[in-house]
Design a protein around this ligand. Structure first.
Ligand code: ATP
Length: 282
């Protein structure tokens, strides 16, 4: 079975508190985009991962392997699986590449074994793998609250997006550890952004995007700020870092403008893509 699984970006990201167990409470607008990994899963004598990207772990630290283990245990499946991942989504980029692979494995095993799991059941299993995983059973445009698990589907929006992943590694843990809640100067107005989405007002949406993690990452890596500036110079309606970074995206109404921006960024960054919003998950 082959599943195409999309990347996500955060159209906004707010941290609104901290749970007693240390998890941050979030308010995020999530969006799937047309950049896909392909996950092929077949029965095999042992569970293993084969991936075209050497930065993706092949042991049980791979989220796809953990998804297999969860499904095997929960549904008393004896078989093992070969998981072939065609990785097109940049790794450790703030695009949730691992999470979308985990969701794909849950979906594939549900279908291979005719488990007939509901979307809510799959989302519940997904949350055990990570806070971003349940979103991929909705896809499109969503509000995510809590630690990311409380999902509300919003209107699907339609625009072009340029993604640029600078060649740096940002640890999600580092970013959250260095975020000082009382020092956040600008929070997104999430309610207003939801209204812009409702009325498909891409211009106002793009102009209102805020990610409170951006300043933590930019302090360490000013290249993120430089990419944002280039995107705005090339006509982006708005530009933001996705998740904890380092990927930066720009929103465009016209494909021709997105391509011009892509061509400029390709001069000095390898991982650049022109994509569009999609209204699907895994
Ligand atoms: P997060 O914000 O959850 O850290 P991300 O979108 O920034 O995610 P991912 O591409 O999901 O980044 O990778 C984060 C780390 O997870 C990688 O450094 C990698 O070692 C590990 N990982 C585990 N499984 C996978 C997978 N299937 N694909 C990519 N990375 C994976």
């Amino acid at each position: 079975m082959i599943i195409e699984c999309p990347a996500k970006i955060n159209l906004s990201l707010d941290v609104v508190g901290k749970r007693e167990d240390g998890y941050h409470l979030l308010e995020m607008i999530m969006q799937t985009v047309s950049l896909y990994d392909k996950v092929k899963i077949t029965k095999d004598s042992e569970t293993r991962v084969i991936c075209n990207n050497i930065n993706v772990p092949s042991d049980r630290s791979n989220i796809a392997v953990r998804a297999v283990e969860l499904m095997k245990q929960r549904y008393e499946i004896q078989d093992n699986f070969k998981i072939e991942i065609e990785k097109n989504i940049p790794v450790a980029a703030g695009l949730a590449g691992g999470s979308t692979n985990g969701a794909a494995v849950i979906k594939a095993i549900n279908e291979m074994y005719s488990l007939k799991l509901s979307k809510d059941e799959m989302k519940e299993i997904a949350l055990k793998l990570g806070a971003d995983v349940p979103f991929f059973f909705e896809g499109g445009t969503c509000l995510a609250e809590g630690i990311g698990e409380k999902l509300t589907k919003l209107n699907d929006i339609s625009c072009y997006i340029v993604l640029a992943k600078p060649p740096i590694n940002v640890s999600t843990k580092y970013v959250y550890q260095n975020l000082k809640l009382d020092e956040i100067s600008i929070h997104p107005d999430t309610k207003r952004i939801i209204d812009y989405i409702k009325y498909n007002d891409i211009k106002m949406l793009a102009a209102s995007m805020v990610n409170v993690l951006e300043n933590v990452t930019i302090k360490e890596y000013p290249i993120i700020y430089e990419i944002k500036n280039i995107m705005m110079e090339f006509g982006a309606l708005g530009s933001l870092m996705s998740g904890s970074g380092p990927t930066v995206f720009g929103i465009f109404e016209e494909k021709a403008d997105a391509i011009k921006c892509y061509n400029r960024l390709r001069d000095y960054i390898k991982e650049v893509f022109v994509v569009n919003t999609v209204d699907r998950g895994v």
